[in-house]
Design a binder for this molecule. Sequence first.
Ligand code: DAT
Ligand code: MG
Length: 150
Amino acid sequence: MERTLIIVKPDAVQRGLTGEIIKRFEQRGLRIIGMKLLQVSRELAEKHYDVHRERPFFASLVEYITSAPVVVMALEGSDAIVAARTTIGATKPSEAAAGSIRGDYALEIGRNLVHGSDSVENGELEVANFFAEAELCGGWARAVDRWVFE
Ligand code: DAT
Ligand code: MG
């Protein structure tokens, strides 16, 4: 099982797309093991986006993610990293596949609605950055799991 951190970004929350976005991950079969609403601090934002620190868009990225509340989710599943990123769609929404979240609801890279971890290692690190272990229901199983996971 892999873990991925999903952030329903401020634009998605403001636009009332939180439920629609959660629904897509649920329908995909990924298991929610943690979820909360919070306003990201500058410190946490800079840590989360540390790999982009030297990029020209870093300041606006931090500004955007800290600008209003977000919903963060920790999801678990087989191949969760790739599955979630496929559901999210390409970074640049104008090029994202129709049927993906960004392809259906977004136009611009700086308003691309949702974050998903990009590797197994980053999934673990990012979930730990946003959730205390006690906030995660790591051990639970759904009755339907045997119909989703082979
Ligand atoms: P993703 O969010 O698809 O994982 P990423 O990790 O490469 O994309 O970049 C993180 C965020 O930074 C991305 O969601 C939007 C912003 N970003 C990336 N590349 C950008 C660019 N060339 N111009 C402006 N913003 C960019
Ligand atoms: Mg990324």
